[in-house]
Ligand binder design. Sequence first.
Ligand code: NAD
Ligand code: TYD
Length: 336
Amino acid sequence: MKGILVTGGCGFIGANFVRLLLERGYSNVAVLDKLTYAGRLENLSGVEVPVVIGDIGNLELLRYVCRAHGIDTIVNFAAETHVDQSIASPFIFTETNVRGTHVLLEVARELGLRFHQISTDEVYGTIPLGQHSLESDVLQPRSPYSASKAASDHLVQSYFVTYGLQTTTTRGSNNVGPYQFLEKVVPLFATNALLGLPLPVYGDGLQMRDYTHVSDHCTGILTVLERGAIGEIYNVGAGQEITNLEMLEVLLQTLEKPCSLIRHVADRAGHDRRYSVSVAKLEALGWKAQFSPRDAVAAAVKWYADHPDYWQPVRESSSFQAYYARQYAARLEGKS
Ligand code: NAD
Ligand code: TYD
């Protein structure tokens, strides 16, 4: 990997991954990011890499950027990523996650590049207790977000099979850690708790997620880039799940805030009850998660408590406040 283009590198996981690449001695790294509402240049503060502001759907731009920066590997983090947003406004998910990924694959094919796709455990759908998703399982996505990610996974595999493109894919579980946008549950609830606001738990709160520290996800991705088999897919996660109420218990204990902040509100439409991945295939490459879900949540929550300068401007922005009112006002009044 002599030149790595990280698309979506101004987002949560992409920015953490850029930092890891530089720490591990990869010096030719470039970022391409559209800076949607979820992308922030601040996520790369202190990091010296070229950042191109642009859309992964722009084939001409991608071709130019890859040539200009001597890119031989694309790692695609760029996506619309929030399930609730996909329920409210689904079309942009098809545009970026499906068409955008397709454009990147075409550029990789034309220029003979390695291509790594960042996917999600949500493509497997909701998983009954006692079962763990394997990479070979049939995909059963249930939200517009996960359906768009599953579609892009299929496109990636089709380029490997049809054109012999050098592809790999990782399917990560719910990440937590520094630089996560505040709409996702852990930073939202941590900052709500710090502000003394109620924590809107969808439904009974017994949904299960494998909360994984973003540093574990990033080392998993790098392991696959360095040692993964071409054409293969690898799950990445802590390999264990907790309920949302257990996640909340850790969050409130870490911040020393009372349980009285918890509000059960109307559930999310089509809410997946449980995700659970087997990470044996990735572990066989020598990788191991360092954080349990509880430790990952505690570390992430502490980071938000220690970095008010990072999240306060977002909370105060009119766009976030409009989103918060749209998503939660009626729910918190018990009207939906
Ligand atoms: P994020 O929303 O924080 O960041 C996404 C980034 O992509 C933003 O910087 C945004 O500006 C950029 N972007 C969006 N549309 C773009 C476009 N058309 N062209 C260029 N850039 C664009 O998301 P994240 O949580 O960092 O997720 C990154 C990737 O990891 C996504 O592909 C997501 O599906 C996947 N993933 C996320 C999680 C999670 O828990 N957050 C878990 C598993 C997989
Ligand atoms: P989220 O961070 O949106 O990730 P995903 O839907 O991709 O798993 O949500 C994580 C869990 O938290 C999920 O079960 C939904 C739940 N949740 C709430 O209970 N309330 C909220 O306000 C949010 C955003 C999520």
